[in-house]
Write a protein that binds this ligand. Sequence first.
Ligand SMILES: [Zn+2]
Ligand SMILES: [Zn+2]
Length: 202
Amino acid sequence: MPARDSVADDLLGQARAAVERGDAVAATDLVARAFAADPSDPHVRDLYVGLHLARAIRLAATAREARRADIARRAIPYDTEFRDSPNVEAAFEEALRAHDDLLGADPGNEKVLVMKAALLFRRDREKGRAEALEILQRIQEVHPENRQVAYAIKKVERPCPRCGDTGFCPYCAGRGTKTFVRVERRCERCHGQGICPVCGIL
Ligand SMILES: [Zn+2]
Ligand SMILES: [Zn+2]
């Protein structure tokens, strides 16, 4: 048993104190440094994964929201060939990196693997579908009882007829809002998220 790394221990203590006072940004940074100092410490790893999981979820939501805002701003008609603006691409890249960082620390984390599959699929269905399916099927082999994974595979493997497999909400064309009698309102079908209610649950 190697001696506990005192630098990592100290940083872990500081990270926990930051969590206590509700400073998630400082805590995330401190625990990342603790993890760099001693990746083998299970206490450090658990807090690292917990805090970075929250960050990855936030970044995935940010990417989705950046795309919705981009679609609304560009007023893209529903069936037009769609390409993300560079800031949206960058948001998806950052979210993916956050997932890969987590998997670097905890390679078998099922929750993160499912989140990564969903993100790859959401970013670009054409390019991401095969990769997402591969991740999900690998989890299913080990955990055939995981119903969330079975459900996700069903969603990913077949193109969605409801939205023409664009992934965008067909009621608001991905904008998240609808204009009715000149008043702009939140689209209730997608809860303002702009994603297809049938296939976009991932
Ligand atoms: Zn909608
Ligand atoms: Zn759909």
